[in-house]
Design a binder for this molecule. Sequence first.
Ligand code: E4P
Length: 222
Amino acid sequence: MKFFLDTANVEQIKQGLAWGLCDGVTTNPTLVAREGREMEEAIREICELVGPDRPVSAEVLAVDHDGMVEEAQERASWAENVVVKIPVIPEGVRAMKTCSDMGITINATLVFSCGQALLAAKAGARYLSPFVGRQDDIGWSGMEVVRQIATMLRMYDALDAEIILASARHVGHVIEGTQCGAHICTMPFKVLDQLFKHPLTDVGLERFLSDYRAMQEELGEA
Ligand code: E4P
């Protein structure tokens, strides 16, 4: 499973890269606004930071076909690794088809059902982003949608898309995603950091080091 960071925060991306655990980045208008930056400036900096082999998703703001296509072309011109995020509304699915025919890489966003994922994949979206946490928030099973999409993609070779498990809220979502067939998980930095954590690791390390130090002290005293 690939790890994407779901953030527009440059320091978090730098840390993810330093750990060797950032295969790409996704942003959305909320995440860019949180950093108080203009979309173009932020996306250009992130694209340069991660390098050409790591995709960086930048979302359109228009909600009509022509506006989305125009913004998609603009975003795609910012850097070669830009992936354009388009919502799975009817105008968005039309725009996905137009853009994918133009060779623009599309990430279908705000996917909450397998049906929406099917529409996006048929329209040529390269990435399908089911939002797991937001489904869980309203008492539905976000992971079930991931499972259904994975099954669908396995059955139809012509649907050449990858699942980005989005709206991941905790380590459990990442782990379950690996069992459900998500190709990628995009996660907030906090979740990436949580993946390292286990109390027995800390206790075990402390014990190993103190046992060895105690032996060295004994030898030194002998
Ligand atoms: C996906 O690409 C979105 O940016 C993101 O995962 C949304 O997550 P949230 O529900 O935590 O805002």
